[in-house]
Design a protein around this ligand. Structure first.
Ligand code: SAM
Length: 231
């Protein structure tokens, strides 16, 4: 660890407490371990304007924490070969690779920023051999209008956007379900504390039921919703 990083952790310990700083050290070690294990580079924060996104409802690229993804899918078991995974705002592809460790039929990601999408293509190519699911497709498009393929059954949102982009994504999902009725699960991975506006929008849409709601850390929580026919 560099002297600068050590100094930042000491400042954090003084301002937010030793437990908080210790948690941050563990998280940093976990990031480095998993990135090296998979041979990928996805641990950055990128602001929308840095990758040509001007919509104020778009959020920055901030990857899902490795341990959090595992904790979420403990609550949502995936039987082999039955489900198709979609990551909304797939960024540098970390979640596509993590989903590829589960026995999904195929894994899709839709990302607005071409620059992040190119990194995702490289990361997926590097990690593919080590994954259970080999059919992983990072795609470029706008979640607002992109038509959801009619085999998608598990949808993941790591707080990618709000407002009309999120409303549009929910509408595209519902259109797909109307064309091809099937069970669907939706995961929201969002900041805490405080009420999540995305959770409110899912509940207001009225076609999904809350199955689980849990904290993952002092900063993050998860909601899992399903259609009533999900088993
Ligand atoms: C918080 S990051 C999530 C990255 C990745 N899913 C993960 O969890 O590691 C949100 C991503 O949503 C993307 N995004 C923002 N607006 C979008 C839109 N309209 N359509 C598709 N992706 C969008 C951002 O560029 C960013 O990469």
């Amino acid at each position: 660890m560099s002297f600068r990083a050590l100094k930042n952790y000491l400042v954090m310990a003084r301002e937010k407490g030793v437990a908080h700083a210790w948690q941050a050290v563990i998280q940093r070690c976990s990031e480095k371990y998993h990135e090296r294990r998979l041979g990928i580079h996805s641990a950055q924060i990128v602001q929308p304007h840095e990758v040509g996104i001007s919509n104020p409802n778009a959020h920055s690229y901030t990857p899902t924490e490795f341990g959090h993804f595992t904790a979420i899918f403990k609550q949502l078991p995936i039987p082999p070969g039955r489900h198709v995974f979609l990551d909304y705002g797939s960024g540098m592809g970390r979640v596509l690779i993590l989903a590829g460790q589960y026995p999904f039929k195929r894994v899709l990601g839709i990302e607005y920023a071409e620059q992040l999408h190119k990194v995702a293509l490289d990361n997926v190519a590097i990690a593919r051999d080590r994954l259970t699911c080999k059919d992983i497709q990072p795609l470029v498009g706008d979640a607002t209008t992109w038509p959801v393929p009619d085999d998608v059954t598990v949808v993941y949102f790591n707080n990618p956007f709000h407002g009309e982009i999120f409303t549009g994504a929910l509408a595209r999902m519902k259109e797909s379900l109307d064309r091809a009725p099937r069970p669907m699960a939706v995961v929201l991975y969002v900041p805490r504390p405080g009420p999540s506006r995305l959770d409110r929008m899912v509940r207001d849409a009225g076609w999904l039921e809350v199955r689980h709601q849990f904290d993952l850390s002092p900063e993050r929580m998860c909601f899992i919703y399903t259609t009533p026919d999900w088993k």
